[in-house]
Design a protein around this ligand. Structure first.
Ligand SMILES: *Cc1c(COP(=O)(O)O)cnc(C)c1O
Length: 425
């Protein structure tokens, strides 16, 4: 059956789009390896991993067979009072990979952030301390649900639209120094000042380690994280690491916190958890946090989604963890980083380019002006690639199986777009 584009245009909401003037959408009918196949015949090299998630590529035989064999056993049973091998086996792998004791399975990245924030609030409630503020960074992104949005950059997420509904938290300036630049202690001044001014009311610090993703694709210095960890330790404030985008090898380490050699108290993962097959997220924590949360007045953690621990999603996630444990991702991501290092600097010659940067399997081209979305998207499709910029950022986070040739084609397509100046006027 052909994709009914008119119905889509007239009735279906897409992410961050208008019903009055929806952006054009391209009909996908299949995906395989690094390719997305369009109904119109094009095969596009995917530069986005479907928003950080399809790390092993599409239609992966091991993930497919995990999904198929699980669906014939059971797609879902409630997790209240029942358990199953997919959740248990996934739990064993995840906790040992990340170094935590307790795992909460949730539906999406945003929900895992809600869960993490609730854990922190309940932790202090159990201890009899009134702490309900979170300290976070400007240019951060933690999801689209209300509590997640309240710790997301106030300008990007338009806090003023939801004034009165959103709890007000504390924002420090995001680090200016880049990952590869020398550390400048002044970069920590704003965070330190906000922390010291508010620490008695702080339940936790929440941040994206090393890479601020949707809030600006910023790659910051590991020393910043070490300083955060040290302050949290000194004053007994919890640290929540949101590794929903960075987790599972994307930055060149299994988890981005490893760049700084630190460990959070609560860790959120999502996106690549199922290798991009379906939605699943997890919030992990230490036995100290978990047992304190549950040792309080409520006697338990107050959260339990209907589809918690969905066996299909857990089976695929477990297979994805098996692939990661083989360790092949390390050479793959290192090779992608090497390709970016070879290919990206030449883009600096375009007057429209403000900065290029890369880390692991993340490549970013920051422009002086926003792109013309419709024109640049059409250009990329014509060049046989799938890259979805936002604002002034053209960025790539390709599947780990991408070859140097695939990356050359992605970067060539960006190069020719800049050549044609497909930016907003
Ligand atoms: C995408 C993302 C989220 C939200 O995840 P969803 O699955 O879209 O709800 C939260 N935090 C970070 C860092 C993300 O990149």
């Amino acid at each position: 059956m052909r994709v009914d584009l008119q119905f889509d245009h007239d009735h279906l909401w897409h992410p961050y789009t208008s019903t009055l003037n929806p952006l054009p959408c391209y009909p996908a009918i299949g995906a395989d390896g690094v390719y997305i196949h369009l109904e119109t015949g094009e095969a596009l090299i995917d530069g986005m991993s479907s928003w950080w998630s399809a790390i092993h590529g599409y239609n992966h035989p091991l993930l497919n067979s995990a999904a198929k064999s699980q669906i014939d056993k059971m797609s879902h049973v409630m997790f209240g009072g029942l358990t199953h091998a997919p959740a248990v086996e996934l739990g064993k792998k995840l906790l040992s990979m990340a170094g935590f004791d307790h795992l909460f399975l949730a539906d999406s990245g945003s929900v895992s952030v809600e869960v993490a924030l609730k854990m922190a609030l309940q932790y202090w409630h159990s201890k009899g301390e009134a702490r309900s503020k979170f300290l976070t960074l400007r240019h951060g992104y933690h999801g689209d649900t209300f509590a997640a949005m309240s710790v997301t950059d106030p300008d990007n997420s338009m806090h003023r639209l939801y004034k009165g509904f959103l709890p007000e938290h504390i924002f420090a300036d995001s680090p200016q120094g880049q990952f590869h630049q020398p550390w400048d202690p002044a970069d920590f001044a704003s965070f330190r000042a906000q922390f010291l001014a508010h620490h008695p009311s702080l339940a936790a610090v929440i941040l994206e380690p090393i890479v601020q993703g949707a809030g600006g694709m910023r790659l910051y210095h590991p020393q910043f994280l070490r300083e955060v960890r040290a302050l949290c330790d000194e004053y007994g404030v919890l640290l929540i690491a949101d590794e929903i985008a960075t987790g599972f090898g994307r930055t060149g380490k299994l988890f981005a916190c490893e760049h700084a050699g630190i460990k959070a108290d609560i860790l959120c993962v999502g996106k690549a958890l199922t290798g991009g097959y379906m939605t699943l997220s997890a919030t992990m924590t230490t036995s100290d946090v978990a047992n304190t949360v549950c040792g309080g007045e409520a006697g338990c953690f107050m959260h339990g989604p209907t589809f918690m621990g969905n066996p299909l999603a857990c089976a695929v996630a477990d297979a994805s963890m098996t692939l990661l444990q083989s360790g092949e991702w390390q050479q793959q991501v290192a090779a992608i980083e090497q390709s970016f290092a070879t290919l990206l600097p030449s883009l600096r010659q375009h007057a429209s380019v403000k900065d290029v940067r890369w880390l692991g399997a993340i490549g970013v081209v920051e422009l002086h002006r926003p792109v013309d979305m419709i024109k640049i998207q059409a250009h990329f499709v014509e060049k046989g690639v799938w890259i979805r910029p936002f604002g002034k950022l053209i960025y790539m986070m390709p599947p780990f199986i991408s070859s140097h040739d695939h990356l050359c084609q992605l970067v060539d397509a960006i190069d020719s777009a800049l050549e044609k100046d497909l930016l907003a006027q």
